[in-house]
Design a binder for this molecule. Structure first.
Ligand SMILES: *[C@@H]1O[C@H](CO)[C@@H](O)[C@H](O)[C@H]1NC(C)=O
Length: 196
């Protein structure tokens, strides 16, 4: 009696084990798991870790566990966000309900944002050209450009009045770009420090 119930228990455990292990390997390939863990750990040393992880986790299969690809991907997602925000702002600045002062602020901000987009583009271009022989010089350029992009984002968002609806909406988006840029800079700096 006792031995047959313990046999049942063993069979049940074996079945549980098989179901769990097969569903785990089906849903989450271990390479992706390693990558998302790597992204989470790397993001934890940035100023905005949650935003960092949220914006990068879906690129885990591309990033794998490479600090260089992580820095590259963080520039990519920041550029994409800056470009899409610019497009929306351009539309907003042309809408008939826009007050002249708001339209001016929007115009100034768009110029800053366009500088920021150029700096991110240049950085992404250089990221693809890094070699052992030019590492320090290239990283220096990238760090300079991404810092400049961060300054441009901040100047842009500071131009908006907080007490208007459009001002609040646009500021929120620009602040998000600034935070993503700050995170990209942190990931670039930690990649650079690996070679120091
Ligand atoms: C960055 O974007 C470029 C161009 O869209 C793409 O080819 C590259 O794979 C991306 N790299 C990463 C690491 O996300």
């Amino acid at each position: 009696m006792e031995s047959s119930s313990s046999k049942y228990l063993l069979i049940l455990l074996a079945i549980f084990y098989l179901i769990n292990s097969s569903s785990a390997s089906r849903n989450v390939p271990s390479k992706i798991t390693a990558s998302t863990e790597f992204i989470k750990t790397s993001c934890s040393s940035t100023t905005y870790p949650t935003l960092c992880y949220k914006s990068l986790a879906r690129h885990a299969s591309l990033i794998q566990t490479s600090p260089k690809l992580l820095a590259h991907a963080s520039l990519n997602v920041t550029l994409a966000k800056a470009k899409s925000t610019s497009a929306v702002m351009l539309k907003m600045s042309k809408s008939p309900g826009m007050k002249p002062r708001e339209a001016d602020a929007m115009q100034d901000c768009l110029e800053e944002l366009s500088d920021s987009v150029d700096e991110l583009r240049k950085s992404i271009g250089e990221m693809g050209l890094i070699k052992a022989s030019n590492f320090e010089l290239t990283m220096n350029d990238i760090q300079t450009w991404v810092s400049a992009a961060l300054t441009d984002d901040t100047t842009c968002s500071d131009g908006f009045e907080k007490n208007t609806v459009n001002g609040k909406v646009v500021r929120g988006q620009i602040v998000k770009i600034a935070h993503m840029t700050s995170n990209a800079l942190a990931l670039i700096n930690s990649y650079a420090s690996l070679h120091a």
